[in-house]
Write a protein that binds this ligand. Structure first.
Ligand code: TPP
Ligand code: MG
Length: 554
């Protein structure tokens, strides 16, 4: 053992735990860390110009890589700024070690500028929040934090780093990290029960969730759907690629409209919820989205989600990929000819209504509005889907403008789509930076609403600074259109207060250029596809501001 400072031990421990990117926004309390960053070239420091952006970048990186990310923010105000993004990261289960510099112990007691206890602030949105009070504890705390963040249910953790801890020098044994192998397979009895029930069902339906993406289980889920002749819906909050959309069993996303969800599920007798949140809704409705006579079987590694809101006939805490690998041979072997024939008939019957069929109809409708100005967002989404290279990644936070995107955008692999997860705006602009860093070499389009863009606009600077191949498509409808629509439908009035972004108009092209991102504004629908292709091909950040209809005649 040799003497090491707390600041160097902190960075060394991050590197040891496999962290490659430290997203941050420094202040005086983080200067000890910034002093030693150059000594750790394995760790790339990524500057975000506001803490919400810092944590959203880390969130995007963690979501798109599945790897541990680190983010460092500045004392209480910085952590406060980051809380919305931390909420998002917790929602999507992103493994992030979030740290903040803290005033020296004892000095903090005197309540200097910028002081407030940090642990109680972070606590509600993390798996574990702790302040280091002795430098000797730093290795244990960091090792435990990394293990916790990466163990399912994965999620962010928080560590407060007082200045005296970073300054102190001690003989430290940095130890070794632990990874928990949580690829749990159901018991034989559970597999028997699942297989038996699925094969006995008259008309089974599957809800595909994000665990299918995180565990790379598309092929297995698709095979199960084929063997059962089961319709597959994407979960009600479809914020990742969760199933290959072009598969004949794929029916599209369940909405978050309780009545519609119930109607979609009503014809079925058995629901297999695979790695999904079971019918997570948004706006209140007295209608239960789950039909009363539907038998529910739920497989998830996140025990909190099992039986959370609905009585579940059979809940299995397990890894979806391992479950499918063990289940498929049973289902394959146990299908009498008659069951197989019924499954094949069900699958064939889905063809006129499946995602591909719906897309073809939606395409015709979108082409009918191809000439409209301001641009109709349905046509814009069609053009985006048709013009992107096949290996493109899409980040989406465009609210009403992107309503039609899931209808057109083919999701081919588990890491090709990242949408707004929790509903907390501010993921898209910055999340795209993290996604681009996580999947180098893949072109990326970030489709973001004008309102949403302003929650993370500083991310443009980081994208320009790092020369990331991100094309931002800002759908500018000069408003919070979704709130206007809801004011009309839910409150019966169109007297809009606080929902127009017009006076003055926001010049996204100018904003982007001011931060070093070349940009152009598109008002003619025919100009969009060539502009997108050019931007995507250039390998550098670009912004395209698209003037889309505001839905209220403007
Ligand atoms: C952090 C946060 N603040 C506010 C909201 C409320 N909100 C939901 S949608 C929305 C408007 C989004 O505007 P835009 O991105 O332009 O999409 P549009 O509604 O125009 O389609 C707002 C303000 C939110 N969800 N999250
Ligand atoms: Mg808008």
């Amino acid at each position: 053992m040799s003497a090491i400072t707390g600041r160097s031990a902190f960075l060394q421990l991050l590197v040891d735990e496999g962290v490659t990117h430290l997203f941050g926004n420094p202040g005086t309390t983080e200067l000890p860390i910034m002093e030693v960053v150059p000594q750790f070239p394995q760790l790339k420091f990524v500057l975000g110009l506001q803490e919400a952006v810092v944590v959203a970048m880390a969130d995007g990186y963690a979501r798109a890589s599945g790897r541990l990310a680190a983010a460092n923010v500045h004392v209480a105000p910085g952590l406060g700024n980051a809380m919305g993004a931390l909420y998002n990261a917790r929602f999507s289960g992103s493994p992030i070690i979030l740290t903040a510099g803290q005033q020296e112990q004892g000095h903090g007691l005197r309540e200097p500028l910028l002081y407030a206890p940090l642990v109680p602030v972070a606590q509600p949105f993390v798996k574990w929040a702790v302040e280091v009070t002795r430098v000797e504890d730093l290795p244990l705390i960091m090792r435990r934090a990394a293990k916790l963040a990466l163990t399912p249910p994965t999620g962010p953790v928080f560590i407060s780093l007082p200045g005296d801890i970073l300054e102190e020098q001690a003989e430290l044994d940095l130890g070794r990290g632990t990874r928990v192998d949580a690829r749990m397979r159901p018991s034989d009895a559970a597999l028997e029960r699942l297989a038996g029930a699925l094969l006995a069902a008259r008309d089974p339906v599957i809800i595909a969730g994000q665990e299918l993406a995180t565990h790379d289980a598309f092929a297995e889920a698709a095979e199960l759907a084929e063997l059962l002749g089961a319709a597959v819906y994407q979960q009600s909050v479809p914020y990742a690629a969760q199933f290959p959309t072009a598969h004949p069993a794929y029916m599209g996303a369940l909405t978050r409209n309780q009545k519609q969800v119930r109607a979609a599920l009503e014809p079925h007798d058995l629901l297999l919820c695979l790695g999904a949140d079971l019918l997570r809704m948004s706006v209140y409705s007295p209608i239960d989205p789950l039909p009363p006579r539907l038998t529910v079987m739920h497989v998830s590694e996140r025990d909190w989600e099992l039986g959370k809101n609905n009585a579940t006939e059979f809940a299995v805490q397990a890894n979806v990929l391992e479950t499918l690998r063990a289940l498929l041979p049973l289902v394959r072997a146990r299908r009498p000819g008659e069951t197989a024939a019924r499954a094949a008939r069900r699958l064939a019957a889905l063809a006129p209504r499946n995602w591909a069929a719906q897309r073809d109809k939606a395409r015709i409708a979108a082409l009918e509005v191809a000439e409209e100005k301001p641009i109709d967002p349905r046509f814009l989404m069609l053009r985006i889907a048709e013009s992107l290279p096949a290996d493109a990644v899409v980040v989406e936070e465009a609210l009403t403008s992107a309503n039609a995107l899931p209808q057109f955008l083919e999701l081919r692999d588990p890491r090709c789509f990242y949408g707004l997860a929790s509903g907390g705006l501010g993921f898209g602009m910055a999340g795209a930076v993290g996604v681009a860093l996580a999947q180098p070499g893949r072109p990326l389009a970030a489709v973001v609403g004008d309102g949403s863009a302003m929650y993370g606009i500083q991310a443009l600077w980081t994208a320009a600074h790092l020369k990331l191949p991100i094309t931002y498509v800002i759908t500018n409808n000069r408003s919070y259109r979704i709130l206007k629509e809801r004011l009309v439908s839910m409150r019966g009035t169109d007297r809009f207060v606080g929902m127009d972004l017009r006076d003055p108009a926001i010049d996204f092209t100018g904003l982007a250029q001011s931060m070093g991102v070349p940009a152009r504004r598109i008002a003619d629908p025919q100009d969009f596809a060539p502009a997108l292709r050019e931007a995507m091909a250039c390998g550098a950040p670009r912004l395209i501001e698209v003037m889309v209809a505001d839905g209220f005649g403007g």
